[in-house]
Write a protein that binds this ligand. Structure first.
Ligand SMILES: [Zn+2]
Length: 351
């Protein structure tokens, strides 16, 4: 361990040379985890200062932490550090583990009539739980919630920043993700000193908002203003393009309407032509039927005529036969007469 609290509960990091000088060989430092007395020491090679409970305690020998104590120690270290930094920034009532609704945020306080809550998260925590805790605090009337977290999966979707090292060697912590600054090409992740960030946060100089549909983050009001202006310009540009697209669409719709009208006219033409063709076909069939009827009538007439002609022929034949017979009879008569005449002539001659 390198940090502890003094008799007033103030955060002390003995790696700071001045703090080490103040506390070396002096009682009054308390363990962040158990609240018992701890002492400030310098390592054997005098390079590193640390705190431990007593000479028999090996936990602080290398300036490190006993196995299993990391999480609690690092969590406590940041909580105390954050509480003191917020108090320095003017949030005089900042304190740990106060009850807010049904929650106990790690650090909680008020400034300018607004309630602030900080959650320190070293161990893994899934997004649903982090969200539920955030919503619980907001529902309890907290105006500003801030997560200082080691696991960073949900940093883009909750009011959180990612902390690089929970046991930093310097007097500050580093934010490496979750904070942004404005660039003409878009909002960019901004490395931040946690101390500077907390001061701006308390002063309402920094706020959390959605950058686009997928990610949110923290930025100063000036940066949000520029971001919003750029978005407004982008919206205006898109509206202009939409307007032009609408015009083009209108033209296309007009052309489509014309084409539909032409198509309808063509369809009417086709219908009319089909009707005409139909009429022609019916007329043709009618004429054909009439022609056939006429032809049959003529054929009947011809047949009748033929029958009559045949009858006439047979009559003539009979007459001819009768005439022939008459001629035969006449010939016979002539012959008889001739014979009679000859006989008569011979008779006359004889007499
Ligand atoms: Zn202890």
């Amino acid at each position: 361990m390198t940090a502890a609290v003094d008799g007033y509960g103030r955060f002390v990091d003995v790696r700071d040379a001045e703090q080490y000088q103040t506390w070396h060989g002096r009682p009054g430092l308390l363990c962040l985890m158990c609240g018992e007395q701890v002492w400030a020491y310098l390592s054997a090679h005098k390079h590193n200062s640390f705190v431990r409970h007593g000479k028999g305690d090996t936990a602080g020998q290398t300036g490190g932490i006993a196995a299993g104590g990391d999480e609690t120690y690092l969590h406590e270290r940041m909580k105390h550090w954050v509480r003191d930094t917020l108090r320095d920034a003017g949030m005089v009532d900042a304190d740990e583990e106060q009850t807010v609704g049904d929650r106990r945020p790690d650090v909680y306080g008020h400034y300018n009539g607004q309630a602030f809550a900080v959650e320190v998260q070293w161990s893994d925590l899934d997004e649903d739980h982090a969200r539920a805790r955030t919503d619980g605090l907001l529902a309890a009337g907290v105006g500003q919630v801030l997560w200082l977290t080691r696991p960073c999966l949900w940093v883009p979707r909750l009011p959180a920043v990612g902390i690089r090292d929970f046991n930093p060697t310097g007097p500050d912590y580093d934010i490496f993700t979750g904070a942004f600054s404005y660039w003409p090409s878009g909002m960019r992740v901004q490395q931040y000193s946690l101390r500077a960030f907390l001061r701006q946060w308390v002063a309402a100089d920094i706020d959390w908002a959605w950058i686009d549909l997928t990610k949110a983050g923290w930025a100063t009001m000036t940066d949000w203003q520029q971001h919003t202006e750029r978005q407004a310009r982008e919206i205006a540009r898109l509206e202009d393009r939409l307007e032009r697209t609408r015009g083009y669409l209108g033209d296309l719709q007009g052309k489509l309407g014309d084409a539909e009208t032409k198509h309808a006219e063509s369809a009417a033409d086709v219908k009319r032509l089909e009707q005409q063709l139909d009429d022609l076909q019916r007329a043709h069939e009618r004429e054909l039927a009439e022609a056939r009827d006429g032809a049959e009538e003529q054929l009947d007439n011809a047949r009748t005529l033929a029958t009559r002609a045949a009858e006439g022929y047979r009559g003539q034949q009979a007459e001819l036969e009768a005439a022939r017979e008459s001629i035969g009879t006449l010939r016979t008569a002539v012959l008889v007469l001739a014979i009679a005449a000859a006989i008569l002539v011979a008779y006359i001659w004889a007499f």
